[in-house]
Design a protein around this ligand. Structure first.
Ligand SMILES: [Zn+2]
Length: 452
């Protein structure tokens, strides 16, 4: 490297030094967004739907696909973006032991390529893109579509098109576009070869989550881009007191069903639940949101159907689809109990030591015993093993028994502990019996009804 180079680099903006070396006058632009905003960048266009890669053949010629990756590598040119920032099925990624990976794209015919764009998305160390792009017409006598493991493509009829490195920007959505070149295009091309490099990650899981690869034909009409328009519908309860927004942007196929089957129940039940939990000096939120989310909704926790956090409910769209006639509506009712439990003072339940079995038990009590008693969803099949603090349905069953035998307004009493503090002694105060004595009585009655 000539001595003058480091001096020049030092006055360039830092991103240039980190990012890219474009070849043959090509330009590399990069985009980055921390938020979930459908790959909306200033300098890189949003992913295209009907670009020249849509009908191309994608083939792995170096390394292997990770078994958890989506219908790989078909997901790279389906014009669809992943559901969230940790959606293995919506991305393609190489296996952990791959090292450098190679993807071959056969466009099927020679076209004048205007630009190539790549998109990736991850909530951790697998967001950034590091790759070298080669292109070829495929007509040179020495051309080899697969140059062979570790072999330099430039010695097999390929030309270097550009190098991309977006590392250093962190988790989120990354985009890169290689464009321009001598005649304003990357030249006549039938084949593209991406040589990828994993990110440096101490866990060893550094392979980029590749979301989409676009190839723009200079002669083709303007392509359609992935829509970034949000689908938000606002509803109000009949008493006019409460408002909620349903966000079905990611799952438009569920919008109509959700608004016909779930929304009416939320409109009826949210005000009821708020009244049921109302205690002086305490007010449940007057507005909240319900968002339908594709893929795994809490990274690393498969199988979680829904959660509520900070006035927002997130529901798994996969769960809704599979449970439309089953648990879908009841699950949302459980979550709106959590909204009503949170108050304008935030998450006081933690500060006041209210155990999670109480929080979840109340939510499941309202769901299984008041909203859908006919489903018998919290029947206990093995009374011997029942514990009052086993949480969810089991605790809900215990609460139902306490409501019927001792404390009519138990949910309200328990809700008050969010501000006054929870302790086991309260059961004695309310019923004259310790929680252990109550548990024994409850189990006796479970055993009796099991005999019938
Ligand atoms: Zn819950």
């Amino acid at each position: 490297m000539p001595l003058s180079k480091p001096l020049r680099l030092s006055v360039l903006p830092i991103w240039y030094a980190l990012v890219s070396a474009a070849c043959a006058d090509a330009t590399v632009s990069t985009g980055y967004s921390r938020s979930d905003d459908s790959f909306k960048f200033e300098s890189v266009p949003s992913p295209a739907i009907d670009d020249a890669a849509a009908g191309a053949e994608f083939k792995i010629i170096g390394g292997s696909a990770d078994p958890n990756a989506g219908k790989s590598p078909a997901v790279l040119h389906d014009g669809k973006i992943p559901g969230n920032d940790d959606d293995p099925a919506g991305n393609f990624f190489f296996s952990r032991d791959t090292g450098k990976g190679r993807l071959l794209i056969d466009l099927g015919k020679v076209i004048d390529v205007k630009s190539v764009a790549t998109y990736s998305w991850h909530q951790g160390g697998r967001a950034a893109q590091r790759y070298t792009l080669y292109s070829s017409e495929g007509t040179a006598p020495d051309f080899k579509a697969d140059p062979g493991e570790g072999a330099d493509p430039e010695k097999s009829g390929w030309r270097l098109a550009g190098k991309v490195d977006t590392s250093g920007k962190g988790p989120g959505q990354h985009g890169a576009e290689i464009s321009g070149g001598k005649d304003g295009t990357l030249g006549k091309t039938r084949y593209l070869l991406l040589e990828t490099q994993p990110n440096e990650d101490p866990s060893g899981f550094g392979q980029t989550f590749w979301s989409e690869i676009d190839v723009i034909d200079a002669a083709a009409p303007e392509v359609k881009r992935v829509s970034v328009e949000k689908i938000l519908d606002t509803f109000q309860t009949d008493d006019g007191k409460y408002k909620f927004v349903v966000d079905s942007t990611k799952s438009p196929d569920l919008r109509e069903w959700f608004e016909q089957k779930v929304v009416p129940e939320v409109k009826i039940w949210y005000p009821k639940i708020v009244d049921m939990l109302a205690v002086p000096g305490y007010s449940s939120p007057v507005s909240f949101s319900l968002r339908l989310q594709e893929g795994v909704i809490i990274p690393g926790n498969r199988g979680i159907p829904a959660y509520a956090s900070g006035g927002n409910i997130v529901v798994s769209s996969d769960f809704l689809r599979s449970q439309q006639k089953g648990e879908a509506v009841g699950c949302v009712i459980h979550e709106i109990v959590h909204i009503a439990q949170t108050s304008d003072w935030g998450n006081r339940s933690r500060r006041r030591g209210v155990p999670s079995w109480v929080v979840e038990g109340v939510a499941d009590y309202i769901r299984w015993f008041l909203f859908e008693p006919e489903s018998n969803g919290a029947v206990i099949r093995n009374p011997d093993r029942a514990k009052y603090n086993a949480s969810y349905r089991v605790t809900a069953n215990f609460f139902d028994w306490v409501v019927r035998h001792h404390v009519k307004h138990l949910p309200q009493r328990l809700n008050a502990t969010f501000s006054t503090g929870y302790k086991d002694e309260l059961w004695k105060e309310w019923t004259g019996k310790t929680v252990q004595e109550l548990e024994a009585d409850w189990k006796k009655s479970l055993a009796e009804s099991a005999k019938k």
